[in-house]
Design a protein around this ligand. Structure first.
Ligand code: BGC
Length: 255
């Protein structure tokens, strides 16, 4: 077990990749703060998975686009477990629309969770580490679309590009405190964010042709890389993005 005695906060851990990360970090010995916004039953399901490993979980509801709720989330996690050591910024949403018809509300919804949320959750977590004079690990769940264009998802791409630069910047600024920060960038993973795609055989088939490993990823494929980055095995790794995409990102072929 790589994370014994550690406490991890996983944002957006009521489903999909976040739920798998919470379960995996618990398997490695960490206690988990489970964060959700609207899917309470999902958070309960995650709690059951965490407890099945023998570790403890604590559920907190927060809208990550609202800074006061972010502060509240971190404070209640610290109050419950006494400290936090690991932050996984996993919560994320996407909205499909032609660029010329994106509404202000949809733009704000995406940027608030995917970028503003990551910014202020990380800031509050770092304040806690600096105040308590401890090191820690931050893992951002980004996307292949921090590099790769994704037409009709421009607000999503803008948010993930922002996360990429936050990761690089903070590696420099937080390094002297012994705090590392890295991103994990999934490709196409079987999760609720992809429900539409999974139910569209034509689109799914076209996507699979672009994935050299020939399958969609599973949430566990992402969680295992997060577990590595959260552990002392990755103590000297910071400012880097790990693509977990079956080779999708670099697969350009001339026909
Ligand atoms: C998006 C998915 C998309 C995948 C591969 C992910 O970041 O959330 O909607 O299928 O990238 O393009």
């Amino acid at each position: 077990m790589k994370l014994e005695g550690k406490v991890a906060l996983v944002t957006g851990s009521s489903q999909g990749i976040g739920q798998a990360i919470a379960a995996r970090l618990a398997q490695e010995g960490a206690d988990i703060v489970i964060d959700y916004r609207s899917h309470r039953e999902g958070a309960e399901e995650t709690l059951a998975k965490v407890e099945a490993t023998g570790r403890s979980g604590f559920i907190v509801k927060a809208d990550l686009g609202v800074v006061s709720e972010v502060r509240q989330l971190i404070e209640s996690g610290i109050q419950h477990f006494g400290k936090l050591d690991i932050l996984v910024n996993n919560a994320g949403i996407e909205k499909n629309a032609d660029f010329w018809s994106v509404s202000e509300a949809d733009y704000d919804a995406v940027l608030n969770v995917n970028l503003k949320g990551v910014f202020f959750v990380t800031q509050t977590f770092v304040q806690h580490l600096i105040e308590t004079k401890r090191t820690g690990k931050i893992i951002n769940i980004s996307s292949v679309h921090e590099e790769l264009p994704f037409p009709h998802f421009t607000s999503y791409c803008a948010s993930k590009g922002g996360v990429k630069m936050m990761t690089r910047n903070l590696a420099i600024e937080l390094g002297p405190f012994g705090i590392t920060i890295n991103s994990v960038a999934p490709g196409a993973i079987e999760t609720p964010i992809n429900t539409k795609l999974l139910n569209d055989p034509e689109k799914l088939d076209a996507l699979l042709k672009n994935i050299p490993l020939g399958r969609l990823g599973k949430p566990q494929d992402v969680a295992s890389v997060v577990a590595f980055l959260a552990s002392s095995d990755a103590d000297y790794v910071t400012g880097t993005t790990f693509f977990v995409d079956g080779g999708l990102l670099w697969n350009y072929q001339e026909q």
